[in-house]
Design a protein around this ligand. Structure first.
Ligand SMILES: *Cc1c(COP(=O)(O)O)cnc(C)c1O
Length: 444
């Protein structure tokens, strides 16, 4: 059977120009930090399969929990019905979430978690007889690919064909930081802009949505916790809901279980997905504080949140998520994460002065840098070139333009991390020394 021919005939891939794309890699197996293609060739998964994997591929504890649950109850609708896996997981998430978050609304993925959070905020005001129309987000934010998520992520630049259909969102300057960079003045400008904005539009603002600590898809752009704390405090002081999109940052990526802990403020609504099921099943959640939930309580059905998904609170997803939390305890994952942070810090330091890169940065287990290019039209091809060179060395990366990042699963070994940086060093040496590198758009 020629899998790749069948793939080209029947499958439509994400973020891919099929006309020019190189053939996909046909993966058939995963174990720990590795994926294996149909010929048994191993690939080190340095980006946790698009940021979803936590404890390694095919982790036996999670696989077993899903199998057990599938034999017990595979799925049931969540309207008028509940089930132990959903109740247990909600309780476990609330135990780990900052207080006083309390009510878990399950969704299918990160985009729909954001979508529900935005709808909760809209109706929160409407149910109180207030008509508010504006959303605020940060420049460069990415919140997913459904329409509300696209509107609030409009400035990320991913949505050109759809811009005419997106509702109005206001964008605040985002003071991105990197090592050795002193951002006080741009942080102050952003806070000043926020003050002016709140004075003018505060009483028409529905909600402020942000990716705390790290903007992922727009290039691993990091911001300092105390800046975010000040910005969020200003918004919450006016009684305006703040939504944390922790779809990427949740479940230990930034060094704490949730990024919110480092900011020291609790969002009114918290969005989760990706690591929620440790990379096993598609599931998300929007978790609300009591004052949000209570604004929907009334004798009038029209004041209820009339939103749901067929696979909401899917028992298999809930079982996977609970098993992942169990692995966090059993394997002392948060302790391991602290070690990974230290190792990555020293490895990134050794790479930092490489002439081919700049803006090295780290937030928890995530490290990133930009490849230096003089020609801006060359930017994206630098990332594509590096991705191909690393793939030849059996390491899976997926740079964002010319931003290269590592976001490894927590089971990665010290030796595996060292080898990734060693290979990066060697590949970047080639970038520096070669002036005749030919790049191809086929790679994307
Ligand atoms: C990936 C991502 C989303 C979208 O999640 P999907 O599950 O892909 O729909 C939303 N927000 C952030 C911050 C993300 O990184």
């Amino acid at each position: 059977m020629n899998w790749l021919e069948l793939d080209r005939t029947y499958c439509w891939h994400p973020f891919t120009q099929a006309h020019t794309a190189a053939p996909a890699i046909n993966m058939v197996r995963g174990q720990g930090s590795y994926l294996f293609d149909e010929n048994g060739r191993p690939y080190l998964d340095a980006i946790s399969s698009w940021w979803v994997n936590l404890h390694g591929h095919a982790h036996p504890v999670i696989a077993q929990a899903i199998a057990d649950q599938a034999h017990q109850l595979e799925h049931v609708m969540f309207a008028g019905i509940t089930h132990p896996p959903a109740i247990i997981l909600a309780q476990q998430l609330i135990a780990r979430a900052p207080k006083p978050l309390q009510y878990v609304f399950y969704t299918d993925n990160g985009s729909t978690a954001v979508e529900v959070a935005l709808k909760m905020a809209c109706q929160y005001w409407r149910n109180q007889g207030s008509t508010r129309t504006r959303f605020l987000a940060f420049d460069g934010a990415y919140h997913g690919d459904t329409f509300g998520a696209m509107a609030t992520g409009k400035s990320s630049g991913f949505y050109t064909p759809f811009t005419d259909w997106l509702f109005e969102v206001d964008f605040l300057p985002y003071p991105a930081t990197w090592d050795g960079h002193h951002p006080e003045s741009i942080e102050k400008q952003a806070l000043d802009a926020l003050d002016v904005y709140l004075n003018t539009y505060g009483n028409t603002l529905v909600a402020f949505i942000l990716e705390p600590l790290v903007q992922g898809a727009s290039g691993m752009r990091m911001a300092r916790p105390h800046f975010l704390r000040k910005a969020i405090a200003r918004v919450q002081a006016q009684g305006i809901p703040v939504i944390f999109d922790e779809v990427m940052t949740g479940f230990g990526r930034t060094g704490s279980f949730f990024a919110a802990e480092q900011i020291g403020l609790t969002p009114d609504i918290l969005c989760l997905s990706k690591g929620l099921t440790a990379g096993f099943l598609p599931m998300g959640a929007a978790i609300a504080q009591p004052h949000i939930y209570e604004a929907f309580l009334d004798n009038d059905i029209g004041k209820a949140l009339l939103h749901g998904h067929s696979y909401m609170a899917n028992p298999l997803g809930c079982a996977a998520a609970s098993a992942s939390l169990q692995v966090f305890d059993q394997e002392a994952t948060l302790t391991r994460i602290q070690t990974l942070i230290q190792i990555q810090r020293s490895l990134l330091n050794t790479l930092a002065h490489h002439p081919a890169i700049r803006h090295t940065r780290q937030c928890g287990t995530i490290t990133a840098f930009d490849i230096t290019t003089n020609d801006s039209t060359y930017n994206a091809s630098a990332g594509l070139w590096l991705r191909e060179k690393m793939r030849e060395r059996n390491i899976l990366l997926r740079p964002l333009g010319n931003t290269v990042y590592l976001l490894p699963p927590y089971c990665i070994t010290d030796a595996e991390l060292h080898s990734i940086y060693q290979h990066l060093q060697e590949v970047l040496d080639q970038w520096s020394t070669s002036s005749t590198i030919t790049t191809s758009t086929d790679l994307f």
